[in-house]
Ligand binder design. Structure first.
Ligand SMILES: NC(=O)c1ccc[n+]([C@@H]2O[C@H](COP(=O)([O-])OP(=O)(O)OC[C@H]3O[C@@H](n4cnc5c(N)ncnc54)[C@H](O)[C@@H]3O)[C@@H](O)[C@H]2O)c1
Length: 350
């Protein structure tokens, strides 16, 4: 179990705090007693998870672009963080086919700019760059990818995240190699599900939108296998990694955070599980739309996070779907907020 008491009184800077993962991370840290400053674009939907969670009142929010180095650096300097998490990104595969330039600018230059900001504010002790399971060259094999395997994402999103890994590697070697320098790691997690994800072209948000309307859920690739996990699973990994490398700089590196093998299911299995838990006659059908290439088989080997950090998955895939449905079925925003807080307290045994 991850002990959050380390974060009490710490100053934490999070890019991407207005998004799905960033909102959950901000909420966990606020509950743990940290002083959180977020930096991101304003939320694109209303109501957003930023306001549903109450984070807009409980943390400092700076609206800015990660491509804007002076503003980002100033925001970090104002916040005087001990720890920085970089989550801001254009995170959608299909959108990256339509907007490759924006995807590379945000995901690659955004990484350069956050690392430059760290150079300008060297008091930061620990930095975690959040990338993805898709950074690896996908060989469509049955084994989980290990951290030392080739980085070469296929589509613009995955590839921009491979680039973000390489940028981080270069900055760590070139500018952060002394023993007093910021400890720097990258974190590669699986496909995340959980309450409050309103993105388009993501499987569980698509399921919820269809089920709420009573329409049939359309699935593009029911046979593709993905490391699905609840959002609290990967966030517990990021929090543990940031703490461990803060305390012992030598632990910095690259870490996978994914589910155990029995939770690596096909998209069809996931949707079947969703329909059973949602009830009300929820149903799905396979409907390929001739869309762009997406990997068929993707799994992560998380031995390193388990051995070196002592991290392990807590909620299996069924629990992850149950918790997501529980959030989606809350009748009001205040209910959603207490559901979110309740799930965090349950997960971290607070
Ligand atoms: N959700 C998943 O399944 C998943 C899986 C693996 C990795 N990731 C990674 O986790 C991180 C968070 O993903 P998410 O699911 O919360 O995405 P999200 O779309 O919900 O949030 C993205 C955040 O990035 C911010 N952002 C985007 N462009 C920006 C810009 N130019 N300047 C400043 N902020 C900008 C947005 O405002 C938002 O706060 C991303 O780096 C993503 O690649 C997500």
């Amino acid at each position: 179990m991850i002990d959050l008491s380390f974060y009490r009184g710490k100053s934490v800077f999070i890019t991407g705090n207005t998004g799905f993962k960033g909102s959950w991370l901000t909420k966990i840290l606020s509950i743990a007693g940290a002083k959180v400053t977020g930096y991101a674009l304003p939320p694109s939907e209303t109501p957003s998870l930023l306001t549903i969670s109450g984070n807009h009142k409980e943390s400092e929010c700076v609206f800015g672009d990660v491509r804007d180095l002076p503003t980002l650096s100033q925001a970090m300097e104002n916040a005087k963080p001990d720890i920085v998490f970089h989550l801001a990104a254009q995170p959608l595969v299909r959108l990256s086919y339509r907007e490759p330039v924006n995807t590379y600018e945000t995901n690659v230059m955004g990484t350069v700019n956050i690392l430059e900001s760290l150079r300008n504010f060297p008091a930061v002790r620990s930095f975690v760059n959040v990338t993805t399971d898709k950074v690896y060259e996908n060989k469509e094999w049955a084994w989980g990818y290990r951290e030392n395997e080739n980085l070469c994402g296929f589509d613009p999103y995955s590839n921009s995240k491979s680039c973000s890994e390489l940028v981080t590697f270069s900055y760590r070697n070139s500018f952060f190699s002394s023993p007093e320098a910021t400890a720097i790691s990258t974190a590669r997690s699986g496909n995340v599900i959980g309450g409050g994800d309103y993105s388009t072209d993501r499987i569980i948000p698509d399921c919820i939108r269809a089920a709420e309307k009573g329409s049939t859920i359309q699935i593009r690739n029911p046979h593709s296998t993905r490391p699905y996990q609840h959002v609290l699973e990967c966030l517990s990994g990021y929090l543990l990694l940031a703490r461990k490398q803060y305390e012992e700089r030598g632990l910095s590196g690259s870490y996978n955070f994914g589910p155990d093998d029995d939770s690596c299911v096909t998209t069809g299995d996931l949707v079947e599980l969703f329909c059973g838990i949602w009830g009300n006659g929820a149903r799905w059908s396979a409907q390929g739309d001739g869309g762009p290439h997406e990997a068929n088989f993707l799994k992560l080997d998380c031995s390193q996070a388990k051995t070196k950090l002592g991290w392990k998955p807590v909620w299996d895939i069924r629990t992850a779907v149950q918790k997501t449905v529980e959030f989606a079925k809350c009748p009001t925003d205040p209910d959603r907020r207490s559901c979110m807080e309740g799930q965090i307290r349950e997960y971290f045994s607070l």
